[in-house]
Design a protein around this ligand. Structure first.
Ligand SMILES: Nc1ncnc2c1ncn2[C@@H]1O[C@H](COP(=O)(O)OP(=O)(O)O)[C@@H](O)[C@H]1O
Ligand SMILES: [Mg+2]
Length: 277
């Protein structure tokens, strides 16, 4: 099932001459872990803003084409508040997203807006807090939390709404390597448990590649490639883009160029070991 479908979509921010998105044709399927990558300024954040209607409803600019959801709704006519319950986005600085007095209220906020009965709200809070491992900080104020904790609270407050898609824009930018790994691992578990699609825009490819099933490559406002991980990382686009590639990729890429290795380039160390057996 296609959860989100971009059809010949163009977008230009107000006041800009250049299109930030140029003829996007893209399908996001259900139950996928998708890595969105591209150089800074290639349009990743802009693409994400289109998925819950922020573009063109909040960032009014010039657009052409359409973005449609699985249920036939489109992102131009459906109010952002409605889209946001189905398409959960955690933006780059989660602290700007956290508005309530404490974590528990933060998670309850979206459910209260939806008119969910109180009894059910507390059950759902417990469930999402346990999934994101934040039960011990439910009574804390968002500003008292570390970056990693804020990130998990932002994820929890979106998860309770049971979105079909969870999108994170550079989630590990504010995190140390340990917490970054923990959060990515958590997202993968949530994806498997809840059967939702996860899209992550991220520079830390060493961390993400082992989990990604699909990769979307962006360059200058265009989606230049979208496909299964193995195919994309073995292609020319991935090779030529200026991305922070994992060491394991670079080593096998060189070995391949030197004709010392002839299989597909592995996405992780365990895969590399398997391919050498
Ligand atoms: N709010 C905005 N107003 C005007 N231009 C913007 C805005 N946000 C992004 N842009 C421009 O759109 C292009 C794509 O940016 P962005 O989507 O942030 O790329 P990425 O997330 O891949 O770094 C860039 O040229 C950027 O300057
Ligand atoms: Mg960005």
């Amino acid at each position: 099932m296609d959860l989100i479908k971009f059809e010949n979509f163009y977008y230009r921010y107000k006041g800009n001459e250049e299109y930030a998105l140029n003829n996007i044709n893209l399908k996001i399927e259900d139950s996928k872990f998708i890595l969105l990558c591209g150089e800074t300024g290639s349009g990743k954040t802009t693409l994400i803003r289109c998925m819950n209607g922020l573009i063109p409803q909040f960032y009014t600019g010039f657009y052409k084409g359409k973005v449609e959801l699985w249920n036939g709704r489109n992102t131009v006519e459906t109010p952002i508040a409605d889209l946001s319950t189905e398409i959960g986005i955690v933006f780059q600085n989660p602290e700007n997203q956290l508005i309530a007095m404490n974590v528990e209220h933060e998670i309850a906020f979206g459910l209260e807006n939806l008119g969910v009965p109180v009894k059910e709200i507390s059950k759902k809070i417990k469930e999402s807090a346990s999934l994101t491992e934040i039960e011990h900080i439910l009574d804390k104020a968002p500003f008292e939390l570390s970056g990693g904790e804020q990130q998990r609270v932002a994820i929890a407050s979106i998860l309770v709404l049971e979105p079909k898609i969870l999108i994170l824009d550079e989630p590990t930018a504010l995190l140390d390597p340990y917490m970054a790994k923990k959060i990515i691992n958590l997202l993968n578990e949530i994806k498997n448990e809840k059967n939702i699609s996860v899209i992550i825009s991220e520079h830390r490819l060493d961390l993400l590649l082992p989990y990604a099933q699909e990769i979307i490559l962006m360059k200058s406002g265009r989606v230049i490639e979208h496909g299964y991980r193995e195919k994309v990382i073995n292609g020319e686009n991935f090779q030529t883009l200026r991305l922070n590639k994992p060491v394991i990729y670079s080593i096998f890429s060189i070995l391949k160029n030197e004709n010392l290795y002839d299989k597909t380039i592995p996405a992780s160390i365990p895969e590399a070991i398997r391919s050498l057996k």
